[in-house]
Design a protein around this ligand. Sequence first.
Ligand SMILES: N[C@@H](CCC(=O)N[C@@H](CS)C(=O)NCC(=O)O)C(=O)O
Length: 217
Amino acid sequence: MTITISAFERSPDGGKGLARDTRVRWALEEASQPYEVRLVSFRAMKEAPHLALHPFGQIPTYEEGDLVLFETGAIVFHIAARHAGLLPEEGNARARAITWMFAALNTVEPPILELVNARLLEGDKPWRAERLPLVEERVRTRLKQLSDRLGDADWLDGAFSSGDLLMVSVLLRLRSSGILDEYPKLAAYVVRGEARPAYERAFDAQLAVYTRMRPPD
Ligand SMILES: N[C@@H](CCC(=O)N[C@@H](CS)C(=O)NCC(=O)O)C(=O)O
């Protein structure tokens, strides 16, 4: 059955892989599943046909036959549960890998998003200078805890899993802030994730969209 995901027609990050379709592309590449992409404009995302797929008018969505999914956690879990390579077979190890998926999205991503939003969207607010250090501190707290847990291991719990896929994806959002480099073990962890051939294919595919869409200089 054909898998179709949606992605930005014109990604605000200029194709640096930060839009969340990259996570889904990465999972599909790890699972060796071919897929098609439906590109949507910002306007189309808020119109009825896309809202029927995604109630919040966002990307990515995932269509496979009659099945329509939204939320990257649910999509990556769906892919990981059905194909080899992203979740361990053994029950307890599988449950722990799923725990890391939730940890990435529920515990690590929120303060990172808060920081990204504080930097990008609140630059002109009078309280920015006071608020930013507080937000950065919340991010550092999580990174320190995560770095301590990762230690010198390559991945969070044994072999690479969908937990690592989501955690690396979430941490990548921090790279431009410089904060990730304060935690060399995490910075190296992210580089390991990016070096996976499946990630490289996913990254190149979403970058190609941006390159194709960009008007000539
Ligand atoms: N929790 C959702 C977040 C989805 C999300 O924020 N998507 C962004 C792109 S990375 C988007 O569509 N932004 C445009 C908008 O919200 O209008 C998920 O993980 O799928």
